[in-house]
Design a protein around this ligand. Structure first.
Ligand code: GDP
Length: 363
């Protein structure tokens, strides 16, 4: 899974990205400082893996990961090739979801490209560029369909749908916010529209505001996000960057001191999981304890296919126990088996978050 970080210059993207990768992408107080898209990989925190590692005395613990791609340079006019131009729109096309960082912190020393803090205006500036790019895609698609209509009359419904989305975009709203029927959604999903991608708005606040009630900027961002069915997470990028250098224990103390219990990055990862409908199932044994990411609703054979295609092809059944049940048995599979808690699931089984699974398969 790859998330793309976008936002106007000077909103805190590089600071957040540095926190994510500790890779040292340049953070400086002027626009256009980060040019090439950078990629950082973070592990998805999962306390269950730590517990299972202890129980199984596992040699390795393997977390799932999320990739963050820093897509700087998206400014007003990008869809017309201004700023760092159109190629950034191409980078956005490749990600599964967008992390849109919005400045909600006041600081007179840090230049705001528009001269004042107005998160909704900022969001609109970026979204407008993406909308322009989507309009181009739709116009091309409609023209092509109209041409093919001459020989295939069944295309008129599809053309009407694309026209409807186009008109919606022309009102300045993103495609993800439009009300569509399920079958319409399926068609629009194939169009690769930038404004149809899931988004998490990251409201970047100052250090002294992270533990207090949301300021008016954050409230407005959250309200706007809700209108689009988008996610919204309040963070302080500076704090994230400071925390990135700390060891786990130090980090927990640091968070406690601030009066918060979860880092912004962890909140962001959780929000992306939920926005993208992702869950994890687990495999556990002495060689390794590991989490695997799947989409909610994935059936056992396809979940097995995440481990190896042979597991999917030769799938026989999945010996499954919910993580909580396994812990209730003190982590003993023997005890769980005695109590009949290990289920043998077939190919129609829909894998649940936290299932600890052992797959049986033919080779
Ligand atoms: P980018 O252009 O969006 O990548 O923004 P940067 O990450 O380079 O940040 C621009 C400036 O804002 C830098 O001077 C940062 O130190 C500062 N900044 C970023 N995040 C925060 C924050 O959470 N609080 C405060 N007070 N300053 C921040």
């Amino acid at each position: 899974m790859k998330l793309g970080i976008v936002g106007l210059p000077n909103v805190g993207k590089s600071t957040l990205f540095n926190a994510i990768t500790k890779a040292g992408a340049e953070a400086a107080n002027y626009p256009f400082c980060t040019i090439e898209p950078n990629v950082g990989v973070v592990t998805v925190p999962d306390k269950r893996l730590e517990v299972l590692t202890d129980i199984y005395k596992a040699k390795k613990t393997i977390y799932t990961t999320i990739e963050f791609c820093d897509i700087a340079g998206l400014v007003k006019g990008a869809s017309r090739g201004e700023g760092l131009g159109n190629k950034f729109l191409g980078h956005i096309r490749e990600v599964s979801a967008i992390v849109h960082v919005v400045r909600c912190f006041e600081n007179d020393n840090i230049v705001h490209v528009n001269g004042h803090i107005d998160p909704l205006d900022d969001i609109d500036t970026i979204n407008t560029e993406l909308i322009f790019a989507d309009l181009e895609v739709l116009e091309r698609a409609i023209a092509k369909l109209n041409k093919n209509m001459k020989t295939d009359k069944t295309l008129s419904k599809q053309i009407a749908l694309l026209e409807k989305v186009k008109e919606w975009l022309e009102t300045g709203k993103c495609a993800r916010a439009i009300d569509l029927e399920d079958d319409e959604r399926k068609i629009i999903a194939t169009m690769d529209l930038l404004t149809y991608k899931p988004v998490i708005y990251v409201a970047n606040v100052s250090e002294d505001e992270i533990a207090s009630e949301d300021n008016e900027h954050v409230v407005r961002v959250a309200e706007f996000a809700a209108t689009e069915g988008a996610g919204c997470v309040k963070i302080c990028a500076e704090i994230e960057a400071e925390m990135a250098d700390l060891e786990d224990e130090e980090r927990e103390l640091f968070l406690e001191d601030l009066g918060i219990f979860e880092s912004g990055l962890d909140k962001l990862i959780k929000a992306s999981y939920s926005l993208l409908n992702l869950i994890s199932y687990l495999t556990a044994g002495e060689p390794e304890v590991r989490a695997w990411t799947i989409t909610k609703g994935t059936k056992a054979p396809q979940a097995a296919g995440k481990i190896h295609t042979d597991f999917e092809k030769g799938f026989i059944r999945a010996e499954t126990i919910a993580y909580d049940k396994l812990i209730e048995c003190g982590g003993s599979l023997g005890k769980a088996r005695e109590q009949g808690l290990i289920r043998s699931e077939g190919k129609e089984y829909v894998v649940q978050d936290g299932d600890v699974i052992h797959f049986l398969f033919n080779v």
